[in-house]
Ligand binder design. Structure first.
Ligand SMILES: [Zn+2]
Length: 95
């Protein structure tokens, strides 16, 4: 789980999901940024659907099955994201 770099408080899974798009600390209300290393991991994470997509197409699932699969995958990625998220006080350069 991510730890606020400003106040040192650990965010719970629920708190992280709640502030996923703003990344504002629920304890000290200071804006946090995703660290560069965490962002790299996140990018690999985002590639999973792209890797899985040809496999799904290869199996020739019906449209509705593919859709359900995609929704489950998105939920899964969001659910796991707090575990890989690391915070930083400043916006770090991409590379
Ligand atoms: Zn904080």
């Amino acid at each position: 789980m991510p730890t606020c770099q400003n106040c040192g408080e650990k965010w719970t899974w629920k708190q992280t999901i709640k502030t996923l798009f703003k990344l504002k600390c629920p304890h000290c209300h200071v804006k946090q940024y995703e660290s560069a290393s965490s962002r790299k991991q996140g990018a690999i994470f985002g590639l999973i659907p792209l890797i899985l997509l040809p496999i799904i197409i290869g199996f020739e699932f019906t449209m509705s099955t593919t859709l359900i699969f995609a929704v489950v995958l998105v939920i899964l990625i969001f659910a796991l994201y707090p575990f890989i998220l690391k915070l930083s006080n400043q916006q770090e350069p991409y590379w």
